[in-house]
Design a protein around this ligand. Sequence first.
Ligand code: SF4
Ligand code: SF4
Length: 395
Amino acid sequence: MANTDYSISQLIQVEACTNCQECARVCPAVEASQQGDLSALYRIKGLKEILKGRRGIVSRLFGKGRPIEEKVKEISPTVFRCTLCGNCQEVCPVGIRLKDLWLSMRQDLVHSDAYPKKINMIRENLEESKNVFGEDNEERCEWVEDLDEPPDDLYVRDQAEVVYFTGCVAAYFPLAQKIPLALAEILEVSGVNFTLLGEEEWCCGFPMLGAGLRDMFGEFRDHNLKVVREKGAQKVMFACPSCYQMWREHYPKDIEIVHASQFLLDLVTQGKVPLKQLDITVTYHDPCDLGRGARVFEAPRAAIRSIPGVKFVELPNNRESCQCCGGGGNLEMIDAKLSAEIAKRKIEEVLSTGADAVVTACQQCVRTMTTYVKRNKIPLQVLDITQLIHMALDK
Ligand code: SF4
Ligand code: SF4
C-alpha cells in the first residue's frame, strides 16, 4: 500500500478538484444506481483522505479518526463499480485525467489487498492461458473454421502486410465471433494481404490495467510486439477499441495502427468493397474507448453512410457525449445488475430514435446490448460496423 501507485501529476491533479459535481451529473453508474458514492467526486474526496493519511507519519501513528486501511476498504467497491467510460473526464472543467486516475486507484487497491476477489480469476487466467477467459490459447483462431471456405492456414501466415489483432472477446465469445468472421470475409473479398497471430496473440493488456494488474503488462506487450514485428507487417488492425486504445497509448509508436472502422472506410473509398443496397435505418453508438478514448468519431459514421440505402439517425447523446452501454471496466463481472441497468438506459435511448438497428464498433458493446435486448425480447438489431458492411457485401 503506497502513494507510489500515483504519478506526481496525479497527486497534483486531485488537489485541483473544485467540487463542482459535473462528473456526477454525467456518470452512467450514478444515474443507473442513484448512488452518489459512485461518482468521481466522492472517489476523489476519499482518495485525498487516504493520500494524506499515508503521508503524515504523525497522523499514521497517533492520528485520531479511522485507520487508513479502513478507508481504503470502504472506497474499494466504488472504484470497481465504474465502467471506465471516461464521461467524467470529458466534462471535468479543470481537466483532471480521471480515467487514468481510476486505473491507478485500482492498482493501489490491488497492492493494498482491498480488491474484489474476482480479480484473482483474471490474474490466473492471464498467467496460465495468456487470454482473459482462461481458454486454450491455441484455439484463438478456431472461429476461422466457421467461415464458408476457411483457408488451410486459418489465416495464420509467416509474412503479411497487415496483422489483424483479434482480441480475446472476439476470439472466444460465440456472439462476438461474428465480428472477425464478417471482417475476414470483407478482407478476403477486398484482396487484403493479412494475417492473424493465432496462438502467438496474447491479451493486449487492457484487462490488466482495468483490473489493477499493471505489473503484469510488460511481458504481454513485449511478446505481442515481437510476434507482430516477425510478420514484417506495415500495419496492425483492431476491431476491438480497447485493444486499439491500448496499443495507441501503451505500446511503442513505431508501428502503424488502425481501427477496423477506419480501415474499412479506406477500402470502401478505394472501391475495393462491392456494396449492394440495404434498406435499413440505423443509429450509431460510439464505443467509449474508440470515441472519447481515441477520438475516432467520423470514420464509422462515414462507413455507415457509404452503404447505399442505409438511413442514418444520430442518438440524442452522441460522439463525446455518448452514454456507455454498461459493458466497460469489468463492471459486468463485479456488478452485473448495475451493468444491465446502464444497458437498459442505453437501449431506451436507442429506441427513442426509431432505428431498426444500433450499430457500434466494439465487440463488448455488441455483447452487452445484445444480451439486454435478447433477455427483454426487444425487437432491435445490434450490429458491429463490420457486420453491417458484411450484410451489404455484394459477393
Ligand atoms: S468513468 Fe464513467 S462510470 Fe466511471 S466514474 Fe467516470 S463517468 Fe462514472
Ligand atoms: S468534474 Fe472535476 S472538478 Fe468537478 S467535482 Fe468532478 S472531478 Fe472535481
